[in-house]
Design a protein around this ligand. Sequence first.
Ligand SMILES: Cc1cc2nc3c(=O)[nH]c(=O)nc-3n(C[C@H](O)[C@H](O)[C@H](O)COP(=O)(O)OP(=O)(O)OC[C@H]3O[C@@H](n4cnc5c(N)ncnc54)[C@H](O)[C@@H]3O)c2cc1C
Length: 436
Amino acid sequence: MTGIAPVKPLRVAICGGGISGLCLAVALCRFSHIKVDVYEAAEQFKEIGAGVMIWSRTWRILQLLGLADAFSKVAHAPPDGTMGVGFDFRRSDSPNEGYRFRLVEMPYGCIRFHRAHFLDVLVEHLPKDVAHFGKRVVSYSQPNSNGPVTIEFADGIDSQCDVLVACDGIKSTIRGHMYQTKAKQMKDQSLLSFIEPFWSGTVAYRGLFPTEKLARSGTSHRALDAPMMYCGQSKHVVSYSIAQGSIVNVVTFASKPKAEGSQWDGPWVAECPKAELLECYAGWEPEVEELLKNIEQPTKWAIHQLQPLPFYVMGRVALVGDAAHAMTPHQGAGAGQAIEDAFVLASLLGRCHDTDNLDSALKAYEHVRLPLATHVLNGSRMSGKMYEFDSQHGSDYATLGPAIQGQWDWINWSSPEEDVQRAVDYLKRDTFGSKL
Ligand SMILES: Cc1cc2nc3c(=O)[nH]c(=O)nc-3n(C[C@H](O)[C@H](O)[C@H](O)COP(=O)(O)OP(=O)(O)OC[C@H]3O[C@@H](n4cnc5c(N)ncnc54)[C@H](O)[C@@H]3O)c2cc1C
């Protein structure tokens, strides 16, 4: 535990218990002067049956939070800092054997997990009595811009806090309320356009299966050795092993570039016939077909994203994770960006021993996190186009390969510690003269 214990704890309410909400809660619970409550609409914490990958920046945060040992145990293999494969890019949309056009390598490579295992580690590190289930936030009010926030729940039992953090995902209720309130205040209807996510023009098919199904087929499959990116015109297929190599994760993408921004009719997630998946990639190289035919029950996802938001904070309410910057998954970065939000915000709130500095802390959070998350959101969209030969590079591999690699440059722009330092410097400047 760090920090001094004040008479009155700082009350931080987190709405949503996904990766961002739980990571923020775990990071905040290190401070004895902060009382954390996580309000989750569902009856339990849960994640879908799929893989999730993170990069070295996110791993560094997990180390700083003291979670590296626990996450090492559930990773595909314990991360050791050596150079590893980010992705092995192949041209795969013809029946002949495809070919590599770029190998992207980086320190730690691609660190990957089963989502449920990832969430379990966070849940295990959550102190008792922090989580409240069946609590769906429907709205909030903050009559005085530097006073407490009242959270309204669907069950009719309200609650008060000093800071409300929206970790309620891409369809965030809190983002909706925040942007409606601001639009009214500013008499600016254009702000309403930031509330609803839009369809990216891409659908994804997802599935998992036991590694032994591939191993049985004789020669070793490339997806067992390294994260694979099989690319074709307006489509791509991602596959890598998770859960100490015992499970193969597959997620495939099929795009209609001109449909980007249009309305998706139907459910965002649904089971779909296996035949639809196989048909979508018919005529691709044999090792792709081998992956797809092992998926028993694929699910189909309409991939949505947000426009980059102009602000994440209003009064004592902050947006975090997908509520702030839901992005396409093409850089494997949405959850990582959520964890970066959580780390920076927790580091700032940990320095606020009363409510006096809260406004500056939230401003500092936005100052540091919004530009990078926006960059990654825009970059993810562009990466997807590159993988599907729909960018300005087309299939000119000589320029496409380096361009794809360059899309991940942001990973080395700064370290998480440097980001926190910048945020703290901002907080100190903004609260000049106060005791921090
Ligand atoms: C196909 C695909 C692949 C991806 N792969 C990767 C990857 O490899 N790496 C990566 O970093 N990212 C990846 N992402 C992105 C990543 O999954 C998300 O960015 C991340 O899960 C967002 O977490 P979150 O906690 O912000 O939101 P969510 O996971 O959506 O959690 C929101 C939580 O809030 C709760 N909630 C919602 N509304 C309310 C309410 N009103 N009141 C109370 N609770 C509420 C929900 O029940 C839920 O528990 C991928 C996304 C997709 C679609």
